[in-house]
Every structure is written in structure tokens, then in C-alpha cells.
Ligand binder design. Structure first.
Ligand code: FES
Ligand code: FES
Length: 136
């Protein structure tokens, strides 16, 4: 039945007006890049954060997602969630939080998992860069 397969209005809203689409300079020492894929469907998400090195606060965030509507909505929503947060706070964001906000059905849960993986990967990349800089 069509009604049961319909997207939640919040998914459609993020899908038609995605926030923070784009790229940041991945060579900048203040930028962390997370590139993740979903084995279940082959969709790919790239999420980048720009961090204030002094405070550890995420000042800017951009994403590009090659994937379904739920994946695009999940990444758009996660960029809103992490902007202005400290890294340790952003690292605690769970896919269940994203899925609940967007009312994703079970078959679409992995789309929100992609967003959680992407932010975690971006944070790990930023931290690895920082560690390398400090060691120099
Ligand atoms: Fe095709 Fe997600 S499975 S876009
Ligand atoms: Fe694979 Fe949405 S269907 S990320």
C-alpha cells in the first residue's frame, strides 16, 4: 500500500531542502572528512566538519550523499545536530536519535546508521590529523 511506504514529512522536507550540502577543504588541518558506504545498498555519504582547534567546537559542516531519500535526510539532519557541538558531544549522536526524528521504518534504519558512521569517521579523521600535527 502506498500510504505505508510514504516518507515522513520531515524526510521529504530535508530531501527537498537539504541543509549544508557541499564540501570543505579536506587538506585543511582543521577539517575532518568521513567517507562511508552502506554495504546493504551501496549508498555513499561524505561528511566533513571544520573544528575550532582551540575549543573543539564544530564550526562548520558539509555533506554530500549519493543515496536514497532517507540517507539524504539523515545526513542533512545530522549536520544540523552537530553544528555548534563539541567533538565529544557530536561523537555521542546515535542513529536511533536520527531515525526517531525522521520516523524511519526498520528497512531504512541503515540509512541513519550511515549518518552516525559518517560523523564518527569525520571526528576520527580530524583527531588523527591533530595528533599528527602535534607530533611534528
Ligand atoms: Fe538505492 Fe539507497 S538503495 S538509493
Ligand atoms: Fe541505503 Fe538508504 S537505502 S542508505
Amino acid at each position: 500500500m502506498l500510504a505505508r511506504r510514504a516518507y515522513h514529512p520531515r524526510v521529504i522536507e530535508h530531501y527537498t531542502r537539504p541543509r549544508n550540502v557541499g564540501s570543505l577543504d579536506r587538506h585543511s588541518p582543521s577539517v575532518g572528512t568521513g567517507l562511508v558506504g552502506a554495504p546493504a545498498c551501496g549508498d555513499v555519504m561524505r561528511l566533513q566538519i571544520q573544528v575550532d582547534d582551540r575549543t573543539g567546537v564544530i564550526e562548520n559542516v558539509k555533506f554530500k550523499t549519493f543515496g536514497c531519500g532517507s540517507a539524504i535526510a539523515s545526513s542533512s539532519y545530522v549536520t544540523e545536530l552537530v553544528k555548534g557541538k563539541r567533538l565529544d558531544e557530536a561523537a555521542r549522536i546515535k542513529n536511533t536519535e536520527i531515525a526517531a526524528h525522521l520516523s524511519l521504518p526498520p528497512v531504512k534504519l541503515h540509512c541513519s546508521m550511515l549518518a552516525e558512521d559518517a560523523i564518527k569517521a569525520a571526528i576520527a579523521d580530524y583527531r588523527a590529523k591533530r595528533a599528527a600535527t602535534v607530533l611534528k
